[in-house]
Design a protein around this ligand. Sequence first.
Ligand code: NAP
Length: 256
Amino acid sequence: MAKLLEGKLALVLGVANKWSLAYSIAQAFLREGATLALTYLGERQRAAIEELFKDQNLAALLPCDVTKDEDLAALAESLRGLGRPLDAVVHSVAFANREDLAQPFVETSREGFLLAQNVSAYSLVAVARATAPLMTQGGSLSTLTYLGSTRVVTNYNVMGVAKASLEAAMRYLASELGPRKIRVNAISAGPVKTASARAVKDFSSILDVVATRAPLRRNTDPAEVADTALFLASDLGRGVTGNILFVDAGMQILAF
Ligand code: NAP
C-alpha cells in the first residue's frame, strides 16, 4: 500500500523536544513518506531538533517566532525556494505566562491575556496568511486545541480563552480558504504530559481524572494525536474541514 503522505510537502511548527505533540506528528509524517520541513524558536531549540532528527532527512529547518511577521515572511520565502507546492501545515504552538495558569482567572493581566491570544490563537491566522499562497494545489492546515476552550478546566484559565479564539479562527479560515481547496481543522487532544502542559498548575490531577473517568479509562497517547494529524493531512481527510476532532479517550462527552 502506498504511504499516506508520499509526494507531499509538509510543514510542522512546534517541536521543542521528544515529548512535544509536534514531534510525534513529525515522526508520523516521515513514516508515511512526507517531505518534511520544521521550524524552531531560538538556537537551543534548533540544536535540540537537529539532535532529535539526526538520522532522518529534513527538507528544511527554519527559524520562526510566530509573533514576528518578518519570521513568517522569511519562512514562506524559504519554503517557496523548495520549488514545489506546500501540501500540509501543522500549527502546534501555544504559550501563556505560568502565573496565568495558576492564579485565579480574574487576576489575569491585560498583558498576559494578549500574550496568550497572540502566540496561541492569532498565530494560526498569521501562519495561514503566510502559507496558504504556497498551497497552490490545495492543502491542509491543522492546529491543536483543548477542551478548556468550551468547558472550565481548573487552572487552564487564559489558555482556555485563547483556545476558544483559536477554534473560532479555525472556522473562519476554513470558510475562507475552502474555495482554494485548503482545509482547516483542529485536533482537540486529551491532556498529555509535555513542557507546555506542565506549566498548568496541578496538571497531573487532570491526567488522573481522565484515566479514571474517560470512556476509554486511560489517557491520550501522543501517537493517536499524530495519526489524526496524518489523516487530516492526507487525502483520507479530503472531505473534512472546519472541524474539531477529539482525540481524548472520549472525555469530552462527559457531563460529570
Ligand atoms: P510543547 O512541546 O511545549 O509545544 C509547544 C510549542 O510551542 C513549543 O515548541 C514552543 O517552543 C512553541 N512556541 C511557544 N511560543 C512560540 C512562538 N512565539 N513562536 C513559535 N513557537 C512557539 O507542548 P505541546 O503540549 O506539544 O503543545 C503543542 C500544542 O498542543 C499546543 O497548541 C497545546 O496547547 C496543544 N495541546 C496540548 C495538550 C497537552 O496536554 N499537552 C492538549 C491539547 C492541546 P518553546 O518550547 O521554545 O517555548
